[in-house]
Write a protein that binds this ligand. Sequence first.
Ligand code: IMP
Length: 182
Amino acid sequence: MPTSKLTDTITPKILIPEVKIHARLAELGAEIAHDYRGKEITAICVLKGSFVFYSDLIRKIDLPMTCEFLGVSSYGNRMVSSGEVKVTLDINEPLEGRNVIVFEDIVDTGLTLNYITNLIRARQPASLKTCSLLNKPGSHKVPVHLDYTGFEIGNEFVVGYGVDYSGKFRGLPYIGYIEHGH
Ligand code: IMP
């Protein structure tokens, strides 16, 4: 069956309901604002999966900020990360001397976040921190450093709240999971 038809037959189950996400974002926003008090941040949204998380979270961070968008895509549409990352939209503004925070949707193997932090570090920011809505600590293949984490989860394949499966489900207001076998 083509993937587009297959996704039509799937109803994700709720893993993290909307209210829990928003309560956690309020905590994260307060923590980040506290840590950077008196400073200006450059908040980088990693597209596409982080766009919902990012837009909700930045409104909870009471700091002066500039917003930048970095588009990356893993090769292929498979449920397993290939670790090969392609930059589809680069940041044109200089990051030198900026206090940069990268906002990711999910850290799975850690390969994507590693690639992104290396890319940004080469642009010589004053500081660089990482924030991910979801972390799958049991799936890391490389050492990962996360400064801010929304939720730690198991190795389930999740969708919703910006996160997709084969381009679908980004509009769900909750984090859902898809059972193995699909
Ligand atoms: P990593 O390079 O293996 O850490 O994978 C990170 C990227 O893979 C995330 O930014 C997602 O785009 C994607 N990914 C990892 N796990 C999932 C999942 O459970 N659902 C949807 N996308 C995922």
